[in-house]
Ligand binder design. Structure first.
Ligand SMILES: NC(=O)C1=CN([C@@H]2O[C@H](COP(=O)(O)OP(=O)(O)OC[C@H]3O[C@@H](n4cnc5c(N)ncnc54)[C@H](O)[C@@H]3O)[C@@H](O)[C@H]2O)[C@@H](O)CC1
Ligand SMILES: [K+]
Length: 481
């Protein structure tokens, strides 16, 4: 599991560990990891040109100590002091190693870059102690530094802990203000939300975690890894029969949108449960069975998938599904009718699967607000509706009512195609029927769906049905649990 902790949790764990270590040992651990990561990125150290942008806190201290390590190994290292003060021991170490320190850098007094430019700019302006946005001195220094590439092109950018200027706790970008965009972010101890949550995650580039040996509490934000998915995936036991594996019911599609029925069923019928039932008009049910002969009609189920392409029938389907008391995936047209299910405490467990526009309507905000503050709005909706919310997008979030969130890191931009959401709803419904808790079903379903899309796409275009067809191969390729 990739875990992201809050700044408060990180600080508590760091102070516990610091109390047991000699002074400065923890920062030295961080700086050593940072120095190695920069060396690896550059493919060597000797003769490389390194510029450190150094703020007033310990983030800058990390940069200075890593710079000293690189200077000792033959890099030409320069540090620009962007705050009124900086980490004195770090600056002394850099000087002792032969590095150059430029103090009192301001927006109006930005130094001329070294002749020949820089291979790498290390952003040590702010880390977990920073407020969102870049101050003028940092912005001006960054502009000058990024323009000072070598003959090989613009310098690479390595962010220390977090790209300065982004909101560490939420992954939000400061409105109207600037932030660093890194090629590589080297973080310490654990991930922070910005490393996993968009739009900030994209500003991190690749993320490298340096272990500090922190003793951390459970994380409020996680990203499943292949081994986690494998461990959570329901697998048939030796004694299994079709009913013990779970039965999922699909109430989706209509004569106007028969494709939604076919794709929801395709997701549900990708082999993760013992049986799939379809409930809808006779004409659509016939089409479904022509393409999926294994699908049967109405009867007992362990979960429902409701709403995609249901049109005017969505409310009625949701009421009927909700009256069974089994978990329900509420998608598309059904999202507008949640009140039909009564008060939160009377409802069966729900997984809502909105995209940003649908979630905006549910919360009565603008779509842009949801896109800019995805973590906030996913959590807000999960708490307000007492449901697991799968906010679909380039980096889908699964939020539980208790505040836990999982980020989906699989997927490909080719997945932005009509009907892909219908397949996802079917997969999540199947996992609910197979016995997973709503947060597990939503996050595992989304992970498998993204991985199936990547596998099917293989770098090229796909349609939604390809995702469902690739799903068994993704399951086969999971590491052994
Ligand atoms: N606490 C620890 O034990 C460890 C901390 N480490 C490093 O220390 C960092 C945290 O250090 P700090 O708590 O000193 O905080 P930071 O260095 O992240 O930033 C705080 C400083 O930046 C200034 N600042 C805040 N917002 C700013 C902005 N928008 N623009 C410019 N300056 C701004 C503040 O006035 C303050 O001086 C971590 O991110 C990590 O890099 C590591 O060395 C590992 C150990
Ligand atoms: K930084």
């Amino acid at each position: 599991m990739r875990c992201a902790h809050t700044v408060e949790q990180v600080r508590a764990a760091e102070s516990q560990l610091m109390a047991r270590l000699p002074e400065g040992a923890l920062m030295q651990r961080a700086a050593t990891g940072l120095g190695h990561a920069v060396a690896e990125l550059l493919g060597g150290v000797y003769g490389r040109r390194v510029l450190l942008l150094v703020g007033s806190g310990d983030n800058g201290g990390d940069a200075l100590l890593a710079g000293a390590m690189l200077a000792r190994r033959g890099a030409r290292v320069e540090a620009w002091q962007l705050g009124e003060r900086w980490h004195d021991d770090g600056a002394a170490a850099l000087r002792a190693a032969g590095g150059r320190c430029v103090t009192a850098v301001s927006a109006t007094a930005t130094p001329a870059p070294a002749a020949g430019g820089y291979d790498v700019v290390v952003d040590g302006v702010t880390g977990i102690g920073g407020r969102p946005g870049l101050r003028d001195a940092a912005r001006a220094a960054l502009d000058v530094a990024l323009a000072a590439g070598t003959a090989g092109g613009r310098p690479l950018v390595v962010a220390v802990d977090t790209p300065s200027g982004v909101d560490v706790e939420t992954g939000e970008l400061p409105e109207g203000a600037d932030h660093v965009r890194a090629d590589l972010t080297v973080t310490f101890g654990t991930h922070k939300p910005v490393h996993l949550v968009e739009p900030g995650a994209s500003a991190c580039g690749a993320v490298h975690l340096v272990d500090l040996g922190l003793d951390l509490p459970p994380a409020p934000l996680e990203a499943l890894q292949p081994g986690d998915v494998s461990a959570l995936l329901p697998r048939p036991s030796l004694e299994a029969h079709k009913y013990t594996r779970g039965v999922v019911g699909v109430r989706a599609g209509s004569t106007t949108y028969p494709g939604a029925a076919l794709l929801s069923v395709a997701g549900a019928a990708s082999g993760l449960v013992g049986m799939v039932r379809y409930v809808g008009s006779d004409a659509v049910a016939r089409t479904v069975r022509e393409q999926h002969p294994e699908v049967v009609g109405e009867g007992r189920v362990q979960s429902w998938v409701v709403g995609s392409g249901s049109g005017d029938d969505a409310a009625q389907h949701l009421r009927q599904a909700g009256s069974d008391g089994v978990p329900v995936v509420v998608d598309a047209d059904a999202l507008a009718h949640l009140e039909i299910l009564g008060a939160a405490e009377q409802r069966p467990p729900l997984v809502l699967t909105p995209h940003a526009g649908e979630l905006a309507r549910l919360l009565d905000v603008e779509r842009e607000q949801v896109e800019e503050r995805q973590l906030h709005h996913a959590r807000e909706a999960a708490a307000r509706f007492g449901a697991t919310v799968l906010l679909k997008g380039p980096h889908t979030l699964a939020a539980a009512p208790d505040g836990r969130v999982r980020v989906t890191t699989t997927g490909t931009p080719w997945l932005a195609t009509a009907g892909a959401g219908d397949v996802l709803g079917g997969v999540v419904g199947a996992l609910l029927a197979a016995g997973l808790e709503p947060l597990d079903a939503a996050s595992v379903g989304s992970w498998l769906h993204g991985a199936a899309a990547t596998l099917a796409a293989a770098g090229g275009p796909i349609v939604a049905g390809d995702v469902a067809r690739a799903l068994p191969a993704v399951v086969r390729g999971l590491p052994l649990a």
